[in-house]
Design a protein around this ligand. Sequence first.
Ligand SMILES: C[S@@+](CC[C@H](N)C(=O)[O-])C[C@H]1O[C@@H](n2cnc3c(N)ncnc32)[C@H](O)[C@@H]1O
Length: 214
Amino acid sequence: MAIGDQGRTGFRRRAMAIMYDRMMRSYERFMNERKAALLADVRGRVVEIGVGTGANLKHLDRPDVEWVGVEPSVPMRIRAEAERVRIGISGRVVNGTAEATGLEDGIADTVLCTLVLCSVDDVEAAIREMHRLLRPGGQMIFIEHVAAAPGTWLRRFQDAASPFWRWFADGCRCNAPTLEHLEGAGFAAMELEHFRAPAGLCAPHVQGVAIKPN
Ligand SMILES: C[S@@+](CC[C@H](N)C(=O)[O-])C[C@H]1O[C@@H](n2cnc3c(N)ncnc32)[C@H](O)[C@@H]1O
């Protein structure tokens, strides 16, 4: 499906798309080297889920990368497509969700997903869909913020603030148990690194590379 097809267009979504890059500027500065290193060896067809404004595209600017972005928000899709064209990466952005991308089985050498699973309603369905998109031996690369450790002050704060945060941040759950879903998802191998990013309630992060079995 093309930009402009039915999708999420509410006021908060438009506002989020307009403000997103400004809100994320210092976060992206902090993440720049980390993302560059994580994505340096990515080649072939990359399916990126929940692309937002296309913040990861600059790390994929190689002639042997073809990028297919999946994004349910119309204003985000428009920005991501503009960024793709500006950088000059071959590919397209389509209307879809993590749970239902509408793409063919096994089309991805890499599935990329950053700061998305916290907003997805059915994380298990989304991970099943990513498995389906990956060719055997393909890799899922992710950077997600995760719930703080149980019993910590940050976790109590995340739990208390979660309903407001979810409303404010377009469905994002600051206390999402994303890592547990990923660890139970049947990947053949998974490299993980935990770190903290300058993201307030969403500071605890995990990045990883998970390989689909052959
Ligand atoms: C916090 S932004 C992250 C954007 C981008 N991945 C980045 O790292 O800058 C979350 C994105 O996920 C999208 N999103 C929300 N629910 C989704 C779903 N169920 N499937 C796919 N994307 C979704 C939002 O529209 C938004 O663009």
